[in-house]
Write a protein that binds this ligand. Structure first.
Ligand SMILES: Cc1cc2nc3c(=O)[nH]c(=O)nc-3n(C[C@H](O)[C@H](O)[C@H](O)COP(=O)(O)OP(=O)(O)OC[C@H]3O[C@@H](n4cnc5c(N)ncnc54)[C@H](O)[C@@H]3O)c2cc1C
Length: 461
């Protein structure tokens, strides 16, 4: 049987290692901390939660609950550790982070099939026929390893940033100037549209393209030379690597005077009720929460300084006096272009002996990272035994998550949390019959769990 080499002792890696070891595989788990740390980790513990301590909702029949239930039924080691370290948090599963890490470390240390190596992995050997590799080095993968991944997959296939759009307080929008409309009058008119005249558009473009951007720190630079990961700042200008689908708006604007009018500010089909015509350009605002008291500027992810954002975005008709609840931001997040690179069993198409798990695979969030580690551990076990892994069914929560990353729109791929949007919807007929959303979700969850149980039962593991 082949050895399984897991790289990364965060959330996905330990789950993958424990899964594979529990099925009898010999596992080597490499973690670079404390030899080398990341910009976010504080300790050298396994399974460190770098920010919040929440593994999201435990309310029955929500999407995060479904994912966790499936993981529990598959014997997730990290969820068991999380359940045992839970602290009161209403409907969410929140944990005592130190206790959680301690329990995970204990499980790893106690397992005779897992050898831990505290080392930075800087090379991937795609020709090693005796080893199955699970790469779970996370959003802050060290530079040399990221460069290796680029060597194996191509430069264009790795993103180093994720971007978020600004959010505006609904009560600060000038509703006299904007209007609700659905493009081409299709669907419900859920978007608020801010219409531009030609002159307004020109003024806006001038301001946007001249606005000051946030300086990139050295650790945000493209890690092609393997030189920096330690958070030190250099004065040298650095290149930023984005997927085309989530370019910062100022970057798109610089590519041509009309790129925004034909992109995120496309006015086609957005008839202004005041003029009966389409505007010259339009910014669309999408409802951010159920209370409809905040709206997201669609496609306006950007890397401008906050003061500059306030100044430039207030040139948008209707937002002259806007209060911004959140400014656009770009943050470091290394992840592959999974729709082009990954199979449904998390293997690199070009190098099937290498699997990608965790945030690096394009899932987003603690729970999702653990889930993909669980799947990777099972798939790697099958491969180590010389068998073909069977992907989790599409209808399950886990299957839906991986289906999303491997089948998402190639141009617009961005990491995702588990939500009902990713799950298989109910048949049209049933949807019409059952008006209650909660009941529809209950049925979706029931179907998912049945399919998950059947998949586990049919597995040779
Ligand atoms: C700053 C920040 C805050 C976040 N906050 C949240 C949050 O509040 N809630 C949430 O749900 N998600 C959050 N996330 C997203 C995500 O859920 C976490 O990053 C999560 O830890 C991802 O799990 P992972 O196993 O993929 O990566 P990680 O947990 O980061 O684990 C990867 C491990 O690989 C190691 N490593 C890296 N390179 C190498 C190498 N070359 N050799 C050996 N080891 C290596 C790292 O040291 C690390 O221990 C956050 C992400 C970041 C960056």
């Amino acid at each position: 049987m082949k050895t399984i080499h897991v790289i990364g002792g965060g959330l996905a890696g330990p789950e993958a290692a424990l899964q594979a070891a529990s099925f009898g595989c010999d596992v080597v788990l490499s973690e670079m901390r404390p030899v080398r740390s990341t910009e976010a980790h504080q300790t050298s513990d396994f399974a460190e939660l770098v920010c919040s301590n929440s593994l999201k909702s435990e309310s029955e029949n929500t999407a995060p609950w479904l994912l966790k239930q499936e993981m529990r039924r598959a014997g997730s080691f990290l969820l068991r550790a999380a359940d045992a370290s839970a602290v009161p948090a209403g409907h969410a599963l929140a944990v005592d982070r130190i206790e959680f890490s301690r329990r995970v470390a204990e499980l790893i240390a106690a397992h005779p099939k897992i050898e831990v190596r505290r080392e930075e992995v800087t090379h991937l050997d795609e020709t090693d026929a005796d080893t199955i590799t699970i790469l779970a080095s996370g959003p802050l993968t060290s530079s040399p390893l990221a460069a290796e991944l680029q060597r194996l997959t191509g430069e264009e296939q790795l993103a180093f940033y994720d971007s978020i759009s600004p959010i505006v307080d609904a009560s600060s929008i000038d509703m006299e100037k904007v209007y609700f409309a659905a493009r081409w009058d299709k669907g419900t008119a859920d978007y608020i549209n801010c219409p531009f005249t030609k002159e307004e558009y020109e003024t806006f473009m001038d301001a946007l393209t001249a606005a000051e951007t946030v300086e990139a720190k050295a650790w945000e630079a493209l890690p092609t030379d393997g030189s920096v990961t330690d958070g030190s700042v250099t004065a040298a200008p650095v290149a930023m690597n984005y997927f085309e689908g989530c370019l910062p708006i100022e970057e798109t604007a610089r590519r041509g005077r009309d790129t925004l009018r034909f992109g995120p500010m496309k006015p086609a089909g957005l008839t202004n009720p005041k003029t009966g015509r389409w505007p010259y350009a339009a910014v669309q605002l999408r409802q951010e929460n159920l209370r409809a008291d905040s709206y997201n500027l669609v496609g306006f992810q950007n890397h401008l300084k906050f003061g500059e954002q306030a100044r430039v975005l207030r040139l948008i008709p209707g937002l002259e006096h806007a209060t911004f609840l959140r400014y656009g931001q770009i943050h470091r997040n290394t992840y592959i272009h999974a729709p082009s690179l990954l199979t449904e069993t998390l293997q690199l198409r070009a190098h099937p002996g290498i699997l990608i798990a965790g945030q690096l695979s394009g899932v987003e969030g603690y729970t999702e990272s653990i889930a993909s580690g669980l799947l990777a551990g099972r798939y790697a076990t099958a491969l180590a035994r010389g068998e073909s892994p069977t992907p989790a069914p599409r209808i399950t929560g886990n299957g839906s998550l991986i289906h999303y990353i491997t089948h998402a729109d190639h141009k617009k791929f961005q990491p995702a949390n588990i939500t009902f949007d990713l799950l298989v919807p109910l048949e049209e007929e049933l949807r019409k019959k059952i008006r209650d959303k909660k009941e529809r979700h209950r049925i979706q969850c029931e179907r998912a769990l049945d399919a998950w149980d059947a998949w586990l039962a049919a597995s040779s593991l």
